[in-house]
Design a protein. Sequence first.
Length: 315
Amino acid sequence: MTDGFFTIDPGAQKILLIVLSILVFFTVLFYTWKQFKRFALLDEMITRTHSWWAIFVLYIVFFCIHPMLGYFGLAALGFATLKEFFDKFPESKLPQRVRFLAYIFVLVQFALASANQLVPVIGLIPIVYLTLVTIWVLLFEKPEAVMTAVPISLWGLLLCVFGLSHLSLLLAMPKIPDYVGTTSSLFLYYLFLTQFNDVLQFCWGTLLGKHKIAPQISPKKTWEGFLGAAVTTTVLAYLLRDITPFSVTQSLVVGLVLAVTGYFGDLNISAIKRNLSLKDMGNVIPGHGGLLDRIDSITFSSIVYFYLILYWFYK
């Protein structure tokens, strides 16, 4: 990761300019359209565009000024997202002391990731936390908490923290040999593809969607939206490969893998919301819902993306 905005490598600058151009284009388009005809979907798209502007500015603040701000931003996002998840459960199922223990592990996980401690990052939550929280519950909580507090808190950490910590770990990785860019380009490349894949699923599904994939979980998700987004995201990954160390084949693999894992991350959060009888996990981001609604596609894809890079370039 580089030291500041004006020294960020050209690959990251290229994607930032693409995103800025897209935001400017659609802002002008939607507001011009609004002058002639106003309807509910247009108002929703304007709200979403406002949120994307806020996300863009937050990215500049946290990831283009100083590396430590990036690590802090990811940790803060993980902490806030986990709290959002935990708030959906009563204390009878998730006692306060278990929540507090999980929050401590958030801090430790991101501290290890920012220090490029690969093995501890891999094992801290699924091994150390699982062991300690089980012991704690057996000694100090009600017996039924073994079947509620343990799996809920572990699942929350894996969904909200584990994947994000791998993005922090990616930023902390050393420079890839013979690659002119830095891991900040790989980080932004990943964010652009995963978030744009979400938009493409919505667009393709709205235009062509007829055949539902999982109607009991998410009635609006269709095969047309999924396949259209997967193909388009894979093409984008190929077209932007010049800012990465990826070969043609590797870029195609990354695009397809991010589209598929991102989709099932999204579907997984939809299933959780349905089980909890919720429309959104929160209302922090207008037009998007809660924080977990916004990072749902990251929960699985970030982990797979990191280990693809690790396997290809850090042997």
